[in-house]
Write a protein of this length. Structure first.
Length: 442
């Protein structure tokens, strides 16, 4: 199929590459000419493991192109995918200006009959709005489809090539066979529904996952007080297939470009129809409070933080990405600076982006994790990068002024910590970790 993808952010670029990988011809369009120039030189604007190899392979095979000419891309394609950003407005509502602009431009460029599919996360009813806007600019008939995207940063290519499911929302049933066939090379788990339900599935899924995280974080806070181990609790809960084991890792809360934005947007969507989504409001509040637990633990172990030296390991909102959008590290770092602490920051890939957003004379930027621990009164692990899991804890203690490690992601096993001589604080686990689990299954 000839496909145009409008917007080369995470969703657009990765979808475009993966549709090309499956043998389609794809033109990825963006109005940012610098971004397009970089992409034409096979430089990815996002950090995503393996992305440039996939880009290169498909460009060389003549299946993938990058262009800032939307009109030509639309005219050349049967399917036009809208994948522009829907950032949050100050109210929490999704800002649809880029969607509206894209729809108008697609309408003006329309030559023959096309299918316009939306992959951007948009409030219920937006696809109908897109239909109206396009129709204002063209007489040519067209169809609207909603194909929400569920990829995760850091594993975006693999998630797109091997999705758990694909949701397709449409109202013209004649399109069903073509849309299912297009996606059948990715998976046979294809769920076809109406457009409004497809739009809602995306928000409801993200809100549910965010709820799972806030739920286990609250359980972890209780575990700390009653002496239970949240990692054991999560494993035990996860054995129930109705609950499932994933997204039950307690930590310092969720960040990123989706959960914070989409939870707030869903609260607004509900509010617009006079429904107060109380549960989701609490999920957001719990998430905000959770990141400050790190600071509470620092205070508990060091007393006051003025003039202390704190090493920070990890700035991105999760591993394998340089994305710091809504990362808990942003608020934690700023709060520590305001308390008079001196910080030594290290992240394998996100330091550049963090520094563009926030810098301060009390911050020392370090070349590796151990450097960030030299003479530190405490180290806080904020992102669960693999390299932190492999660090030599005996070397760490040797370099620190005081051997205090605040593990915001529970990355170290009991066996690694025991005997390491560390003062170790994690999330929802007794200290020292006293968990005992029988390996015998009955
Ligand atoms: C998420 C959804 O998973 C994806 O389906 C959707 O399309 C976009 O939003 P992403 O934001 O890339 O993807 O990251 P994800 O891996 O879901 O993690 C989100 C945040 O939750 C991270 O900050 C992560 O650290 C946190 N998290 C995740 C936890 O704190 N505990 C968990 O158990 C899982």
């Amino acid at each position: 199929m000839d496909i145009a993808v409008i917007g080369t952010g995470y969703v657009g670029l990765v979808s475009g590459i993966c549709f090309a990988e499956m043998g389609n011809h794809v033109i990825c369009v963006d109005q940012d000419i610098n971004k397009i120039a970089a992409l034409q030189n096979l430089v990815s604007p996002i950090y995503e493991p393996g992305i440039e190899t996939f880009m290169e392979r498909n460009v060389q095979a003549g299946r993938l192109e990058f262009s800032s000419n939307l009109i030509q891309a639309v005219r050349h394609s049967e399917l036009i995918i809208i994948a522009v950003g829907t950032p949050s407005l100050p109210s929490g509502e999704a800002d649809l200006q880029y969607i509206e602009q894209a729809a108008a431009e697609i309408g003006r460029a329309m030559s023959g009959r096309k299918i316009v599919a939306t992959k951007s996360t948009v409030p219920v009813g937006t696809n109908e709005k897109i239909r109206r806007i396009i129709a204002q600019h063209t007489e040519v008939p067209f169809d609207i489809v909603s194909i929400p995207e569920f990829l995760r940063e850091g594993s975006a290519i693999q998630d797109t090539l091997h999705p758990d499911r694909i949701v397709i929302g449409l109202d013209n049933r004649e399109l069903e066979a073509a849309m299912v066939e297009l996606h059948s090379s990715f998976t046979d788990q294809i769920f076809v529904t109406d457009i409004r339900s497809a739009e809602m599935i995306k928000y409801a899924s993200n809100a549910f996952l965010a709820t799972k995280i806030s739920f286990i974080n609250e359980i972890s806070n209780i575990c700390e007080k009653v002496g239970a181990d949240v990692t054991e609790v999560a494993q035990g809960m996860g054995k129930d297939p109705r609950i499932g084991p994933s997204f039950l890792n307690a930590g310092i809360g969720y960040g990123g470009s989706c959960f914070p934005k989409d939870t707030k947007a869903l609260i607004q969507i509900a509010g617009n129809v006079n429904y107060e989504f109380q549960l989701l409001k609490s999920v957001v509040e719990v998430n905000k409070a959770q990141r400050y637990k790190v600071i509470e633990k620092l205070k508990e172990s060091l007393g006051q933080l003025h003039d202390t030296v704190i090493g920070i390991w990890g700035l991105s909102f999760k591993p394998n990405t340089d994305d710091i959008r809504e990362a808990p590290s942003l608020e934690i770092v700023e709060a520590l600076i305001n308390m008079g602490a001196k910080l030594k920051l290290y992240d394998p890939v996100a330091m550049g982006k963090f520094r563009e957003r926030y810098d301060h004379p009390s911050i020392q930027w370090c070349g590796n994790a151990l450097e960030a621990s030299i003479n530190a009164d405490a180290v806080c692990l904020l992102t669960d990068w693999q390299e932190f899991k492999e660090i030599s804890l005996s070397q760490l203690i040797y370099q620190m002024a005081q051997p205090i490690l605040i593990d915001g992601r529970n990355v170290y096993a009991k066996e690694q910590i025991e005997g390491a001589g560390l003062h170790y604080y994690s999330v929802g686990r007794p200290e020292p970790i006293a968990a005992f689990r029988s390996q015998v299954s009955v």
